[in-house]
Structures are given as structure tokens and as C-alpha cells.
Design a protein around this ligand. Sequence first.
Ligand code: NDP
Ligand code: 2IT
Length: 450
Amino acid sequence: MIENILANLERTNCAMDGTFIQAVSEVLHSLDPILQSDTKYQTYAILERLIVPDREIRFKVQWLDDNNNVHINNGYRVQFNNALGPYKGGLRFHSSVNSGVLKFLAFEQIFKNSLTGLPIGGAKGGSDFDPKGKSDFEIMKFCHAFMRELHQYIGARVDVPAGDIGVGTREIGFLFGEYKKITRNYDGVLSGKPYAFGGSLMRPEATGYGVVYFTVEMLKEEFGDSLWGKVCCVSGAGNVALHTIEKLQYFGAKVVTCSDSEGSIYDPNGIDLLLLRSLKGDGKRLSLENYMLQRLGSVYTKKEDYPHEAHAVWSTPCYAAFPCATQNELTFNDAVTLLNNGVRTVVEGANMPTVPEAIEVFQKNGVLFVPGKASNAGGVAVSEFEMSQNASMEKWDFDKVDRKLNEIMCQIYKRVSLTAKEYGRERNFVDGANIAAFKRLSEAMILEGV
Ligand code: NDP
Ligand code: 2IT
């Protein structure tokens, strides 16, 4: 049945939908044991309904650069499934964005949001606008133009976008400003807002912190171990990577690598976070080469100087690896190198950063592998906390958000590991996550009717 559904999916989707088909294929193959357990999933055609987005919205974004040249970009919002609550998920501004990438991200988001146990559905949006090299005013003008179209489709109880690659607090601020001008509504229509007007404390940190809270709980339960003194490799140097590094260091780990789309840093003395933030914090995009120039003993490797299908960021021995940049960044060759270097666990900070062949290498060789939909759910969880605070006109303090984030991440770990055990897939956190998320989602879909 699964193979038929996948064949049909390939037939009805276009060439650019590769990552979407990859994501669906992974989920469907995980679901085999639960599908066998009850005929209701077939009766209600849950799989067939689950893999088609509720709607895909596409619009034109026209804007003027600082020299008054006209630019046109594509804007998108994929509202995938709202069985569990309002559509919820980030906006990505990156030149690689197209409808296929956003379908994959929105599809993953349904499962991630289900795992949080919170009342949120799944969506994703964005644009092929490239923020690199743009002035603050150009970013602002683009965000305003984007919202002039997007505002028609969103709402605090309808669809609540947030940040993702290329979209942080600054961009959400500009988007919110325009939404308010157009609609006069001062409500929680976006999360990840600046604290000054409705943002939650700790939303910027939440994804990275959550990744590490998940890891701490998992290491305690699975190995009776901790992060103290462990060497870790992290990829990326954006929001998720920076806060993952910060929390890993807080728990006593030594992080020796980070990267961006141009190259990577190896720092045997441990990443100097202050220096890294001065280059990459708050949306800054200075080259990592500057890190090497300012930090004795560190090594910078340009992406093109490293052999094909492998990445320098994964080439040093480590106990734990945290891919926090983008999809399909950790290849089969990277997995073999990490395995040969003794890695014990790989915890995804990004969405689907590990290719399926690499996941197989880890799983077949006893490396604990955690999919992003479980380990990076802290970001969207705190987004939901922001929605709660906005709806009740409250402000929670830092400790409350931190405690609730930690609780959610520990609960996700428990839910995923227990489900894996229950369905005979012990320590297979991919299957555990997909089945646990599917259970909650499919129950809601059945109860709501066709
Ligand atoms: P940022 O834009 O803050 O940072 C992205 C980082 O990834 C940058 O260092 C960027 O380098 C690097 N990167 C992007 N594309 C590539 C590439 N093709 N090869 C190598 N490096 C690349 O985004 P986030 O940190 O917010 O997002 C990172 C990942 O985490 C994404 O997969 C996102 O979907 C996921 N995520 C984000 C959440 C959030 O709350 N922000 C929540 C959950 C998941 P460069 O600047 O050179 O392009
Ligand atoms: O992938 C993700 O979970 C995000 N980009 C965050 C989504 C959100 O709504 O906070």
C-alpha cells in the first residue's frame, strides 16, 4: 500500500519536489507497524489525506531596492494540515526556496507540532528572496511587500507564521508592522516578535536550547551519561547553531566545529562564542574566515577545498554531532567518517539535514540518531507559548518559559522512545517520532470526519 501511495505521489508532483517525496517516504515507511495494527487508517484514508496539503498559496512580491530598481520574487505559504490547531510554522527567505522545499518543511512541521502535544497544525512559507548583501531598508521593504500579500491568508486563530532560515526577530518585526498597518489588528498573528511588542522571552534561543535539553535527557536515560567534557561538532552558524553551541557549552561540552554555506571552522580549543557571535549573531553574515584570522590555532576550510560529497565540519573525532544548517547537508560519506571517528549520537537541529543513506549508517551501527522533528521542536513550542501569552495579554518570565521548554523536550524524548519500544523499534527514534506524531494526528483527523 505504501509503495502505491508513493508512486502516486511521484506521479502527481513535479521535479522540484524531491525533498518533499523524501520526507513523505521516510514517514510512511516508519508507519508500517501502526498501519498493520488497525484497519481504521485505511477506512478513513488517513495516509492519502495526510500527504496532500490543504492549500498551497503562491503570490508575487514586488519591491524596490535602495537604487529604486524593481525586483520581483515568489512568495509562498503552504498550509498543510490544521487537524490539531491553527496552521503554524516558519517563513524561509533563501534563494533555494520553491514550492517543493516548502511542502517538505510544512509536511515535517505537522509531525513536529503533533509531537509537542500542543494545539498547533503545520504550515511553512517563504520566498526565493536572498537576504544576503541587502541593506536593512531593502530587507524592510521586502518584508512589507511580502506581508501586503500574505496578510490575507493568516490570522491568530488561522495561521501563525514565524522565522526560519533568513528570517529572524528583525524580519518578523517588519512583517508585524505591515500586518498591523493593513489590518489594524494588534494580535498574535506572528511568533518570534521582538519582546517590545508581544514577543516571548527565549523564543530566539528556544530551538537550540531545546536541542540540547533533549540531548541531556536522552544521554541520561540511554547511556547514564552527560555532556560534561564531551567533544561535539555543530554545523551552521545561524540562530539554531549559535544557541545549540551556547547550551552545549553551558553543560560542559567542548564544541570544536561550526560552518556556513562557504566553509567551516575547526577550533581544537573550543569555539569562542563571543567571537562567533560578532561575525554571525543578529543576522550578521561575515565570513567565517575572520574567525580563523582572530583565533589562534583554529582552521578554516573553504567548502570547495573539501572532497565532494563530504564536509570538513564532520571530519574531526567527536562524541556527538549536531547538524544545524540545512536539509541534506550530512551525507553518506560524512556519516561513515563520523562513525569511524567514534560518534555516539547525532541530534538534528535543522530540518532533515541528514540524507536517508546516512541515517541508515547510524542506525545500523548503534549510533543514537534523533530526527529534527523531535529534537528541534523547542522553537515551535515556545512559539506556541508566545501565542498563549498574546491571547491572554500576559508576559511570562524567563524561568517559566525555560522550565516549560525543558519539560516539553523531556516529554518528547519520552514519547518518542516509549513509542519506538511499544512498536518493536527500540532506539529507532525516527520510527518512534513518526508513529507517536501520527497517532495524535490521525486520531484528530478521524474525530473531525472527512
Ligand atoms: P539561519 O538563517 O539563522 O542560519 C542558517 C545557517 O545555515 C547559516 O549559518 C547558513 O549559512 C547555513 N546554511 C544555509 N544554507 C546552507 C547550505 N546550503 N550549506 C551550508 N550551510 C548553509 O537559520 P536557522 O538557524 O534559523 O535555521 C537552521 C535550520 O534549523 C534550518 O533547517 C531550519 O529549518 C531549522 N529550524 C529553525 C528553527 C528556528 O526557530 N529558527 C526551528 C526549527 C528548525 P549562510 O549564512 O552562509 O547561508
Ligand atoms: O522549523 C521550525 O519549527 C521553525 N522554523 C519554527 C516554527 C515556528 O512556528 O516557530
